[in-house]
Design a protein around this ligand. Structure first.
Ligand SMILES: [Zn+2]
Length: 274
């Protein structure tokens, strides 16, 4: 069994017990688009069985938002699927490390997977910002989303009025800056542009609660993420009015996120003087 966070005839959002990681399924008459299938071996198996049982014979595509190991570990369970991801993911410089991260994680929990682990081979490569990929009736607009990671990708499905955010706009996590804080802010600007220019009924972050018919919540999360980043930048530049620990106190799982917060600070400091 697996938690299903949201369910309609067109969209299903699966939710893992680990880090509330989501995997979204977009459904159309002939085509299925599955985002970042995850996490435990049983959960990946559940999603696979669910699709085979409820939607037999439909063409399956996987959309990968980025190369962090929790977002690519389920790929080997869907060898029949065609994979859509960014050029950056196709040429990801640390493919072996990503697979190593999966093996390390699984080893810690004595998890074995009944499918092979490998770094995804991309079939449909997104090479341009705002590139449109047509999958039968499903029209997917793809956006480069660097900042969290360099190879990040978001997708807006016009047919489903659904926005796939990857690891942005989570209600549980402040921005994790593995790439660059300025690019992160720029990607948030891009999300704002999407909100202004597209109808968005559903917006799904990689971790936490999806936003359903709730533009207000999207804007609140945008503002909160921007505030976190700007305060962290100020703290990194030595402004004493900013209290480092206070920046994350409003997050539900703050006590588990201290290490990521520290890591962000190191990152921000390394950016100063670039
Ligand atoms: Zn990530």
């Amino acid at each position: 069994m697996m938690n299903i966070q949201y369910h309609s005839a067109e969209v299903i959002i699966f939710e893992s017990t680990l880090y509330q990681t989501t995997s979204t399924l977009l459904i159309s008459a002939s085509t299925l688009l599955l985002v970042d299938p995850n996490w435990s071996p049983r959960e990946v198996q559940f999603i696979h069985s669910y699709i085979r049982e409820h939607f037999p014979g439909r063409r399956l595509y996987l959309f990968l938002t980025h190369a962090d190991f929790d977002h690519i570990l389920g790929v080997g369970a869907f060898p029949e699927a065609r994979i859509i991801a960014s050029e950056g993911l196709q040429h990801y410089p640390e493919k072996d490390r990503a697979i190593g991260d999966i093996r390390d994680f699984d080893a810690r929990f004595y998890w074995s997977r009944s499918y092979p682990l490998y770094f995804p081979e991309v079939d449909i490569v997104v090479e341009d910002h705002r590139q449109v990929v047509q999958l039968d009736a499903l029209e997917l607009h793809c956006f480069f989303a660097p900042g969290h990671t360099r190879e990040g990708l978001m997708g807006w499905a016009a047919s489903h009025e659904t926005l796939i955010l990857g690891d942005y706009l989570s209600d549980l996590e402040f921005p994790f800056v593995y790439d660059h804080s300025q690019r992160y802010l720029h990607t948030l600007d891009e999300v704002e542009w999407m909100i202004q220019n597209y109808p968005i009924r559903i917006a799904v972050p990689g971790h936490g609660q999806a936003m359903i018919d709730d533009l207000g919540e999207m804007k609140r999360r945008l503002a909160k993420d921007r505030l976190y980043l700007s305060r962290l930048q100020r703290f990194g530049r030595g402004e004493t009015s900013v209290v480092f620990d206070d920046l994350i106190q409003s997050y539900a799982f703050a006590r588990g996120l201290g290490e990521e917060h520290e890591r962000n600070l190191e990152k921000i400091k390394s950016e100063i003087g670039e």
